[in-house]
Design a protein around this ligand. Structure first.
Ligand SMILES: Nc1ncnc2c1ncn2[C@@H]1O[C@H](COP(=O)(O)OP(=O)(O)OP(=O)(O)O)[C@@H](O)[C@H]1O
Ligand SMILES: [Mg+2]
Length: 263
């Protein structure tokens, strides 16, 4: 089972071409980070994966079914997308109402709704905030509200668009634990991020995008030790890699234990 983008392009209604002939396959169980310069087309690309954007040409196939043949609501059952800006997603008066919205829409039993909400708020670390209006919460917490509102549908694939924006150490730890738990529970996790430390420490496959296309796709070592890719996608080498490079150590080091072993 997989998400497959085949030779897809995307043009916005104003005529702007945001993606040109991209192809990529995400398989079940992978942990994938999409990185790259502002405006590269990352958000546009992942919105094609959950049907919010239908490709202008080419195809997007989710578990064998073309997104052209399904409604966005149906696709969202299997591919959950957490918006880059939580305020584009939140529309309810309380955190609880926001998180219960999808399970109520799909008419689950009260017991099932309660179980799902408990699971989602525990993973997102927002148990304390259920009665509060999301707009009374700070941005990083609102982000966790939107994450919970997606987890609650138990989609097979979850896409997190810039989840680390504004997060402190505590928020980053919740995210790491959440990704581990989701994977353990059979969910394929994708993220878009400008935080290369987050990418290298939590994801096994890195897709680099620049100017409307995918320019590289590989292991963290393959991406973060490729100077041409770093320059073209305007991304930073993770700090341990930078240190290893300055020390002229070989072995494409990216992790603390590798560095310590080498020294
Ligand atoms: N609704 C829209 N109408 C027209 N152009 C748009 C629209 N949304 C995005 N774009 C343009 O498409 C391009 C790709 O945008 P996208 O949001 O996919 O980039 P991104 O890689 O996610 O960037 P960032 O890192 O800043 O979030 C940008 O040049 C953007 O200005
Ligand atoms: Mg974006």
């Amino acid at each position: 089972m997989s998400i497959e983008i085949n030779n897809a392009s995307f043009t916005y209604p104003n005529g702007y071409v945001a993606l040109e002939n991209i192809s990529v396959t995400i398989k079940d169980g992978e942990r994938v980070a999409i990185v790259g310069q502002n405006g590269a087309g990352k958000t546009t690309a992942v919105k094609m994966m959950n049907g919010l954007n239908k490709p202008s040409s080419g195809d997007v196939i989710i578990d064998g079914v073309n997104t052209k043949d399904k409604t966005t609501a149906t696709i969202a059952k299997s591919v959950g997308y957490v918006f880059q800006n939580p305020d584009d997603q939140i529309f309810n008066q309380t955190v609880r109402a926001e998180i219960e919205y999808m399970p109520r829409y799909f008419k689950f039993s009260e017991k099932e709704i309660e179980q799902r909400v408990n699971y989602a708020v525990e993973l997102a670390g927002i148990e304390k905030f259920l009665k509060i209006n999301p707009y009374d919460l700070p941005f990083p917490v609102r982000k966790f509200v939107t994450i919970a509102a997606v987890i609650v549908s138990k989609p097979k694939y979850i896409i997190l668009d810039e989840p680390t924006a504004g997060q402190d150490k505590h928020g980053l730890e919740i995210l790491s634990k959440m990704i581990d738990r989701l994977q353990k529970d059979g969910v394929t996790v994708l993220t878009i991020t400008h935080d290369m430390e987050f990418a290298v420490n939590n994801f096994h496959r890195i897709i680099a995008m620049a100017h409307k296309n995918i320019i590289a796709d590989g292991t963290p070592q393959e991406i973060f030790w490729n100077d041409k890719v770093l320059a073209e996608a305007r991304i930073k080498k993770p700090i341990i890699g930078e240190l290893a490079m300055q020390l002229a150590l070989d072995g494409n080091i990216l992790f603390c234990d590798e560095l310590v072993a080498k020294l």
